[in-house]
Design a protein around this ligand. Structure first.
Ligand SMILES: Cc1cc2nc3c(=O)[nH]c(=O)nc-3n(C[C@H](O)[C@H](O)[C@H](O)COP(=O)(O)O)c2cc1C
Length: 181
């Protein structure tokens, strides 16, 4: 990889942001396959791969998921929703795995020129609604869903919004927690 390719890739990774508004254009089956192939190779604790991905494009089902949680509304207008169904009934160790899986899905979507955003169901009642909508059996959990689509101009504008992060001086310590950078 050339220095320029590395710099471009680092910039690509740095710029990934939450997308919440999408055009009506569907996500193609080839794009879905590419995203799933990247997700499939996500590492997990002991390589357990404690997940199943439910692909949702049915408008009524997406609407149901959108209405389930307090901050899940944007799922209704995402052409594609991918729901990680996790093994077990408490997040525990698998919570880390779910985060890794989701981030890979975001990055694969972005690499295809799409936008992606996570929605968190939160309350147990919202999780239960999502489980029922997706016919998820006992012993498995639904904590989040990922909306994916072609980003609308509103999303592009939102991506340009600063939405600041901690400065490096606050984020990083060298060698010990007590030391400065
Ligand atoms: C675990 C987790 C849960 C989130 N839940 C929601 C959510 O329910 N609804 C939503 O619109 N955004 C949700 N977000 C997105 C965050 O609000 C977003 O990543 C953060 O504000 C940074 O925004 P930016 O990507 O535009 O910089 C969630 C993010 C994470 C990591």
């Amino acid at each position: 990889m050339t220095d320029q390719q590395s710099a471009d890739l680092i910039e690509f990774l740095r710029k990934q942001r939450q997308a919440r508004t999408f055009t009506d254009q569907p996500v193609s089956e080839d794009q879905i396959d590419a995203i799933i192939e990247v997700a499939r190779w996500t590492g997990s604790a002991k390589n357990i791969q404690p997940w199943t991905l439910v692909i949702v494009t049915d408008p009524a089902r997406k609407q149901g998921l959108a209405e389930a949680g307090q901050y899940t509304g944007f799922l209704a207008n995402a052409p594609l929703v991918i729901v990680p169904v996790m093994e077990g009934e408490v997040p525990g160790l698998h919570g880390y795995d779910e985060g890794r899986l989701s981030e890979r899905i975001f990055l694969a979507a972005e690499a295809l020129g799409l936008g992606a955003g996570v929605a968190w169901f939160g309350a147990e009642s919202a999780q239960q609604t999502a489980r029922e909508l997706l016919d998820v059996p006992a012993g498995k959990s639904v904590f989040s869903a990922i909306g994916i689509g072609h980003p609308s101009p509103a999303t592009t504008k939102q991506e340009r919004r600063p939405n600041p992060r901690k400065p490096v001086s606050e984020l990083v310590r060298r060698e010990t927690f007590g030391a400065g950078r």
